[in-house]
Design a binder for this molecule. Sequence first.
Ligand code: NAD
Length: 242
Amino acid sequence: MRIALYGYGKMGRAIEEVATARGHQVVLRVDRDNAGAPPTGADVAIEFTRPDQAVDNIRVCIAHGVPVVVGTTGWYDQLGLVRDLVAHHQGALLWASNFSIGVNLFFRLNRQLARLMERQPHYAVRIDEVHHVHKRDAPSGTAITLARDIDLAVQRYAGWDLEGQEAVNADPQGPPAIPVRAERTDEVPGTHTVTWASPDDRIVITHEAFSRRGFATGAVHAAEWLLGRTGVHTMDDVLSDL
Ligand code: NAD
């Protein structure tokens, strides 16, 4: 596979290492100094840049008929626009707030636990995430996915609320929002914890990434999977085939 990397930062470099080890070739590296370059000569693009740059990069890849795997988080309010763009060009895009296989298993576990908790109203939920100090968005896209999945499964919650900020999608008269706490510490690659506590006990599930390699491996698997497909997909579709 010939790969165009959009974003040659911490993730771009980790992806290059994994992709090369799997026999792929990085034919283009797009970073700030050549931003907006088309994915000429690439079979697939992998995008890990910044929330405010992702949609422009998606646009250039889709317009050039190159499937794109998007790892950048924090742009999901524009997902509707991106779906229209992909449909219009009959393109291919795969996005995930977290590409690690472990986190995607964790998402499934979270959904299953939430479904059980729908019938146990004495348990209250909270989400905690910890990341390195360079991360721009808070809460993480992964924490938002966890919160949305709980919100969908459990009627006594509506939306989520980042500690110290306004509630999202929450009606002040309606059910409470899911509390989310975001901590920024040192070089932590990413830790997410979902806690369900009752007056008598507590169930805690945690995913802790040890490095960026798990995200990079998942992104390369996703690119291999996306080749030859059309439409908008997520990592859950890849996981179902693994
Ligand atoms: P980083 O800051 O190390 O790298 C981002 C790179 O993008 C930088 O080198 C920057 O110069 C470059 N860039 C900025 N504007 C650009 C543009 N217009 N075109 C091309 N390149 C541009 O950040 P990172 O740790 O590599 O993370 C990048 C993104 O990926 C963030 O949004 C982060 O939250 C996300 N992320 C997602 C996952 C996942 O599994 N989905 C995992 C880790 C990080």
